[in-house]
Design a protein around this ligand. Structure first.
Ligand code: NDP
Length: 322
């Protein structure tokens, strides 16, 4: 089968289209034929070697396609599915843990099905789990027009929170407003000062920071005393080690570095979050914006665009069927 493989870590150029053996499912897995794969920032961490995996690796954790073979005979061949948490999804076939599969609801396009789970469930655990927003709360979201950012903004706004979003361009600002942001700032603004100016003189209840290194110190400044800073990613690079005393001097603030893995680890939790996301999409209360579809062979361009901040919303790879 055709797959993108990484045989040495590095820049986007290490993503190579190759012929490899098709994978064999274990009893706990289902073999699927991939139609489209979602492209996520985490894929770039594995490609670069920031997150470790044995090489060669096939990147990609999510996608959509049709069931080819269920060793337990429970899911019919041809069933339309989407999944998250199955490494090796940048390929014509992948083995998916059976508890990480969902049926694709009628009317959901392959582009949306391929990219809704990782970013949608992340937005869900941030806004409904790590710090559950309620009416009247306020939050700051960095990379507010990114894949996770646009979905978290919509969820936070639907929960009645004021959403302050941070983006890099006018076009991204439009998208953030369209998703429900109350105010949109630029990274060069003094974020803490801007937040307080618009938020009745107070810091926000929670900062959802997926940018990391470039914004982390500002995130500590922008939160209210005893508020929560949720550092959930490192698009600009990992945060340097720091003195925990900083949490005290910023007003006894809470800091967490959560993962989707931990926030879907309880019995039935993956299904519950996946269901919340897919149902909101079907009902039209959550809009997934897929702004780029790349051929599998163009995976390097997809990663280049993602890492050079040229994308907004979600992007996907189209997998050749022969
Ligand atoms: P995005 O679509 O949000 O793309 C990243 C965005 O980050 C860019 O578009 C850019 O937006 C912003 N950015 C700011 N500074 C930089 C920089 N120096 N270099 C590159 N980008 C920068 O990606 P995703 O939605 O896939 O992921 C968003 C974050 O969420 C990532 O950090 C990812 O690791 C994290 N994540 C964490 C999970 C978890 O379990 N903890 C699960 C899923 C995602 P702008 O131009 O507006 O600055």
């Amino acid at each position: 089968m055709k797959a993108i493989t990484v045989s040495r870590t590095g820049g986007p150029e290490v993503l190579e289209l190759t012929e490899v053996e098709a994978p064999q499912p274990t009893a706990d897995q289902v073999l699927v034929s991939v139609t489209m794969a979602g492209v996520n920032y985490i894929d770039t961490y594995y490609r670069e070697g920031i997150y470790h995996s044995r090489l060669p690796l096939i990147p990609g954790f999510e996608g959509t396609g049709r069931v080819l073979h269920d060793p337990q005979g429970l899911i019919a061949e041809g069933t339309k599915v989407a999944w998250c948490d199955a490494m090796g999804s940048y390929a014509q076939q992948v083995c998916v843990p059976r508890d990480r599969l969902v049926a694709v609801p009628e009317g959901v396009s392959p582009e949306i099905a391929a990219s809704m789970l990782m970013q949608g469930m992340t937005a869900h655990f941030l806004t409904h789990g790590v710090y559950e927003l309620k009416e009247g709360d306020s939050c700051l979201i960095t990379a507010g027009a990114g894949g996770v950012g646009l979905l978290a903004t919509q969820m936070a706004a639907a929960q009645g929170a004021r959403v302050y979003s941070v983006v890099s361009t006018d076009e991204k600002a439009e998208l953030a407003f369209d998703a429900g942001a109350t105010e949109v700032f630029r990274y060069s603004d003094n974020l803490a000062e801007q937040v307080r100016r618009h938020n009745g003189g107070h810091g926000v209840d929670v900062v959802y920071d997926g940018v990391g290194q470039a914004t982390f110190m500002e995130s500590l400044e922008a939160v209210r005393p005893r508020g929560t800073v949720c550092l959930f990613g490192a698009a600009s690079g990992p945060v340097e080690p720091f003195d925990p005393q900083l949490l005290n001097s910023h007003g006894s603030i809470f800091l967490t570095r959560p993962s989707l893995g931990a926030w879907t680890s309880e019995e039935g939790e993956f299904a519950k979050r996946a269901q919340a996301v897919t149902q909101a999409i079907v009902e039209g209360t959550l809009r997934v914006r897929v702004t780029g579809t790349y051929e599998l062979v163009d995976a390097p361009s997809a990663h280049r665009d993602l890492q050079s901040r040229a994308t907004s919303g979600s992007i996907v790879l189209s997998i050749p069927q022969d």
